[in-house]
Write a protein that binds this ligand. Structure first.
Ligand code: NAP
Length: 501
């Protein structure tokens, strides 16, 4: 538990929308930020809001991160006539004039929308010296470590007994928005709903409250997260946070969008070299870091070693150990529907990380595996490494189309059919699938892919990627916490999230 606040940001161009959003926001969070810079100029008169200490007024010009161009004169006029006894978020060039007015709290803010300046502590000192109640500094993070500078202001503020709002904007800075309150940030901003964000990387009030439980976090909270090149559409927080919550653990799972994995490890994770301590206890790892993360680990288990990829990391006594739960996550649902896989003839399409986990798991079960990949060299290499067969994949002109009827099971371990990425495409047609018993598509968005439709036409059984997602997440929980949650509850969390998208 901490004493930080969630502040919902309200932005609308018309007074009608502004008024209705402001009313709704009042019931959603501790504070409401009214972004008057979003309002069209001729709409001000019709604003009807109950101004009180739960409101923070903002009237920021475009060049300082606001919604529109505003003249200096208009800004002075606004602050001279604005309702007192509300809070005010004032830029550095406005704070002096507004100092004599009764705004509470008074926030003095600095925004850098292009990156992170190197002199953040200097800027902090300058803003703090105005006598403001709270200093707010928002920068833009391109990579996760760009947020370190602004995060360090929390320590500075604590030493000086001041209040600060440090924000790293962008997906790569989301961690500052989620963990800030636990480390003493005055508030964290939230959007009312998806699509109404007033700054890059802003999370919805529901996500902050119900998924990340930001007000319940403290410095003892164990922090887990997904290391990935793009974490913006990840399901993992929506699976692991409810699991931690059901287990009654003081733990949170956050997106960690990482470009340079070495720098992340050095500056934020490894004891001895890290510049800040977020109490990391483990990670899930996704594309493109499943292999590149290995050199930074102290050890990896036998399965991860055999697959050559790590999707789970546990941190114990400062040591990082890598695991791979994709193999177990893949094979368990298959065994459930097919039983014994010994001798089963399985075609695996793809030669990436997931395919490696599938081939490893199938080999262990004694299945007869053949790999198909658009890059024949990769297919041959993977097949040789795992001592299975490989075959040619159709080229772009479809001069060659494998007939999968001689197999029992086909596994799609490519992103073909995934929402937002070749959704209406399929790696095989009904004609190619005729005669197969089962098609297992690792893609889970959408739940019913084009490939599965084709499989149904070919009268083959289907298994979707959600089953694997759920199983591998349960395995991750087991590694991190020592207890394996019921897969039915993980399944429900995953479905709930998929329904929202
Ligand atoms: P990856 O390492 O990037 O490998 C992707 C593979 O798919 C590569 O062999 C790639 O070929 C091939 N591929 C990509 N686009 C293709 C296309 N248009 N046509 C034919 N082949 C194509 O990714 P990954 O980690 O293995 O993941 C693969 C899929 O499995 C993803 O959709 C992922 O979401 C899914 N997955 C699901 C779960 C789950 O829990 N359900 C877990 C892990 C992965 P190139 O090498 O030639 O690019």
């Amino acid at each position: 538990m901490n004493d930080g606040k969630i502040c919902v940001s309200v932005c609308a161009a018309t007074a009608d929308e502004f008024n209705s959003k402001a009313r709704e926001a009042a019931g959603l969070a501790d504070l409401t930020e009214l972004r008057f810079d979003c309002l069209a100029e001729n709409e001000f008169e019709r604003v009807e809001v109950a101004f009180d200490e739960r409101i923070i007024l903002t009237f920021r010009p475009k060049e300082q991160g606001g919604a529109r161009e505003i003249s200096l004169e208009d800004r002075h006029d606004f602050w001279n006539s604005a309702a007192e006894f509300s809070g005010a978020d004032l830029e550095e060039d406005m704070i002096e004039n507004a100092m004599f007015r009764g705004f509470s709290p008074k926030i003095c803010s600095f925004h850098d929308l292009s990156g992170s300046p190197s002199n953040l502590s200097e800027i902090f000192e300058r803003l703090a010296s105005t006598g403001t109640d709270v200093v707010k500094i928002a920068i833009l993070a391109d990579d996760i470590t760009d947020g370190i500078g602004v995060w360090k202001l929390l320590e500075l503020a604590q030493v000086q007994n001041r209040r600060v709002i440090p924000i790293a904007m962008g997906e790569a800075g989301k961690w500052t928005r989620i963990l800030g309150l636990a480390h003493g940030a005055f508030l964290t901003y939230a959007s009312m709903e998806p699509g109404s964000e007033t700054a890059p990387g802003q999370l919805t009030v529901d996500a902050l409250r119900e998924i990340y439980r930001v007000k319940e976090l403290d410095r003892e909270t164990e922090v887990y997260g997904l290391i990935g090149g793009n974490t913006s559409h990840s399901m993992s927080p929506y699976i692991h946070n409810p699991a931690f919550q059901s287990a009654g653990k003081n733990a949170v799972f956050i997106p960690l969008q990482v470009g340079n994995v070495g720098e992340f490890m050095r500056r934020m994770v490894k004891t001895g070299t890290r510049e800040i301590d977020l109490n990391f206890r483990g990670f899930a790892v996704t594309i493109p870091h499943k292999q590149s993360v290995i050199p930074y680990l102290d050890s990896i288990d036998e399965t991860a070693q055999a697959i050559g990829a790590v999707n789970t990391i546990k941190i114990e006594n400062g040591k990082l150990r890598g695991y791979n739960t994709d193999a177990a996550g893949f094979i368990e649902p298959l065994i459930r529907v097919r039983g014994d896989l010994r001798g089963a003839k399985v075609a695996v399409i793809g030669a990436g990380g997931a395919a490696r986990a599938c081939v490893h798991a199938l080999k262990k079960q004694g299945s007869d595996v053949m790999v198909f990949a658009r890059d024949n060299a990769k297919a041959t290499e993977l097949a040789a490494e795992f001592e299975v067969e490989s075959s040619e994949y159709p080229d772009e002109n479809h001069r060659y189309s494998p007939i999968y009827g001689a197999f029992d099971i086909l596994v799609n371990a490519t992103p073909v059919g995934m929402r937002g990425r070749a959704e209406n495409e399929t790696p095989a047609t009904a004609e190619q699938l005729a005669g197969l018993d089962l098609v297992y598509d690792l893609v889970y968005t959408p739940l019913r892919t084009k490939l599965m439709e084709e499989a149904e036409k070919a009268l083959a059984g289907t298994l979707n990627g959600l089953e694997m997602l759920v199983e591998q997440a349960a395995e991750q929980q087991l590694i991190w916490t020592g207890a394996r949650p019921e897969t039915s509850s993980i399944h429900a969390s995953a479905l709930a999230r998929l329904d929202q998208r």
